[in-house]
Design a protein around this ligand. Structure first.
Ligand code: GTP
Ligand code: MG
Length: 325
């Protein structure tokens, strides 16, 4: 894979411009490539035609916006891997698990199990392909400070029992790279950092094959309040999602994001279980799963959106040892 370039490597981008763009959340060439000239012009305080030239250079460097021939797409699709949940019901629902080169979104109320699913997948992703893993490392962008190494240890122990093999939790923990995101801009920048890490690990025996953003929307929701800021928020979320997608394509990694639902039933908007982020998140995520609580440890996952699988539900349990049927 190509050496990653920085913004400063683009013709027309000096250190000052690069700095302004980074501060505004356009930290990568990929982000710049999918932005608009008016946006970039106002952020960097440059003319629109200069901005357009920079964007064009970014598109060239990032190789986005170009066409792939059908056979190239097929070649890339051949590499798509599946990451098992480790529960039959869940795997059946998803045709074997979550796909690489795709964004899978889990949305649901607090306590519905989104973070637990994320932890379990961070474990499963490290398993060999024969055991329905991806034989890879994991990156977690933790925005709510809910990553718990203790839970990983418990789940690895549960896995050892289930598989009848002695797995070492320490090794699993070593292959999970966690970064806390302090705000939405930081969250966006962390995808860049993730690319650097993925580049470093790409020829190792544990390349990055799963990236988790838990939660995708919490910072955005907290920071952009009020109607006037909605367009801004959606634009940033859109950019963020596309960068994540880019990550998935570049590194053949699965992308798992979590999303809250609007907690207060709003008379004007009816459905109290609408995921945050609206159309932007909905249209960019390849697969959407709605999680809800049932009795005790039981949870119900509903596949609500998928390009190639029928809608349906799976029942699973969240236990101390991890997800179970
Ligand atoms: P928010 O992030 O608040 O929106 O919720 P979430 O959907 O991420 O929920 P999360 O995955 O954190 O689920 C929390 C629930 O998982 C708890 O209420 C417990 O029911 C269950 N859980 C978490 N840890 C354990 C554990 O060690 N053992 C068992 N049995 N259940 C656990
Ligand atoms: Mg959570």
């Amino acid at each position: 894979m190509v050496e990653r370039k920085g913004l400063e490597d683009l013709p027309g981008v000096g250190p000052a411009t690069a700095e302004k763009l980074k501060e505004a959340g356009y930290g990568s060439i990929e982000a710049l490539a999918v932005s608009s000239s008016s946006e970039v012009a106002s952020i960097a305080d440059i003319g629109e035609s200069t901005a357009q030239k920079i964007i064009n250079a970014a598109r060239l460097a990032a190789d986005v916006g170009g066409f792939e021939t059908g056979d190239q797409v097929l070649e890339r699709r051949k590499l798509v891997g599946k990451l098992s949940f480790g529960t039959k019901a869940f795997d059946d629902l998803m045709g074997g698990g979550i796909e690489t080169q795709a964004i899978t979104e889990f949305y649901g109320e607090f306590g519905s199990g989104k973070t637990q699913v994320a932890h379990q997948m961070a474990v499963n992703a490290q398993l060999p392909i024969e055991e329905k893993g991806l034989e890879g490392s994991v990156i977690i962008i933790d925005t709510e400070n809910t990553f718990r190494p203790e839970r990983i240890t418990q789940m690895v122990k549960g896995l050892s029992v289930r598989m009848g093999t002695e797995y070492d939790p320490e090794i699993f923990l070593k292959n999970i790279h966690v970064a806390k995101a302090y705000n939405s801009n930081h969250q966006i920048l962390l995808v860049d950092t993730a690319m650097d890490l993925a580049n470093k690990l790409k020829d190792s025996d544990k390349p990055v094959r799963l990236i988790i953003v838990d939660s995708l929307t919490a910072h955005f929701r907290a920071e952009y309040v009020g109607r006037g800021t909605l367009a801004d928020r959606q634009q940033k979320l859109n950019k963020h999602m596309h960068e994540l997608m880019k990550f998935g394509t570049l590194y053949n990694a699965a992308i798992l994001v979590t999303n809250q639902v609007m907690s207060k039933p709003d008379a004007f908007f009816g459905d109290p279980t609408k995921p945050i982020g609206g159309h932007i998140v909905g249209h960019t995520a390849t697969f959407r799963l709605y999680l809800r609580k049932s009795k005790g440890e039981k949870r119900i996952a509903r596949l609500v959106d998928s390009p190639n699988l029928p809608e349906g539900e799976a029942i699973f349990s969240v236990t101390t040892e991890g997800l179970k049927d």
